[in-house]
Design a protein around this ligand. Sequence first.
Ligand code: UD1
Length: 355
Amino acid sequence: MPLRTLTVVGARPEFVQTAPLARAIEATKGIAGGLVHTGQHYDYEMSQVFFSQLELPEPVHHLGVGSGTHGAQTGAMLAGLDEVYESENPDLVITHGDTNSTLAAALSAAKLGIPVAHVEAGLRSWNRTMPEELNRVVADHISTWLFCPGEVAADNLHAEGINEGVFVVGDLMRDSLLWTMRNIDIASALQRFDVVPGEFFLATVHRAENTDDEANLRSILEGLRRATQRYPVVLPAHPRTRPLIEAIGVAPGIRLVDPIGHTEAIALAGQAAAVLTDSGGLQKEVYWLETPCITMRDETEWIETVETGWNRLTGADPIAIEAAIKAALTERHPHPELYGDGRTAHRIVDHLLTS
Ligand code: UD1
């Protein structure tokens, strides 16, 4: 009998992370897999477009949980996952990252005595007001396998007394990016958004700390307005963020658009003069694409990208954003390899089969 795994996904970054792992599981004898979609993200642009662009297998279960308060959303996932796990009886559950789906996947499995593999373990922002920080801390402490993207993450786990089952394997997003790069159509992405290579900024804002605090969102939009004095800004907005941005209003050089698919996002990120974001995943993708990044948060889990000089933390402060843009466009830094070599999925499968 092969090792039977179930992987739980629900939000955009998990779709990107799980694609290479699903392929590696499919290609390896002795291990079998299936996807469970919690339904945390459900709009076409937030979910289905990722499944088709990343060629992800259809989920074997779709919980259709949808939106709600953190408690209601996570609770509905727990109830649904209990049933799925009972009926599928997997040997282990795989969960990615730090979303509410991550937390529910790990918690339901651990309570049923099913071992959990947490991929992207050990990340810390040290900010417990972030829902993502709470999700990842809990998931790490109840997981059997902890797959870390780098040494810093492994050290964070050791500092919290987690030593067993910790493996530094690199980052699945690296695998995913290398695969996606083969399928991107840069010319049509540039044409669709009417921008010139190296002469536009790509921006995203969706973290609760930025969007749910009107003063912070206003400051960020002021930072982006200052950016337009140099180049236009393409701003694909999460469905939760868009009405909040529209209520404040944007400067004429900001192109506010619906969320874009993964291949367009990568095409634009690789061609932008710089990317301004509060996303976790994009900070790494932008690093690998060798595009300067400006992270509009006070802290980051991906501190190696800051240490190399390719990523700058500005918070929501427009003056800091403006200064970071200026520095990003003029400074050049060495570009050491970070977070693996694109073979993370195979390393994870090997560890699951042998440990
Ligand atoms: C979630 C993750 C975050 C991740 C992000 C990627 C948590 C706590 N946060 O944040 O770590 O970086 O996904 O995108 O899990 N909505 C829609 N359509 C959708 C999905 C959401 O309109 O398809 C709206 C709803 O109004 C919903 C709100 O977005 O209430 C929040 O969505 P949710 O999935 O809870 O959190 P995200 O902000 O997307």
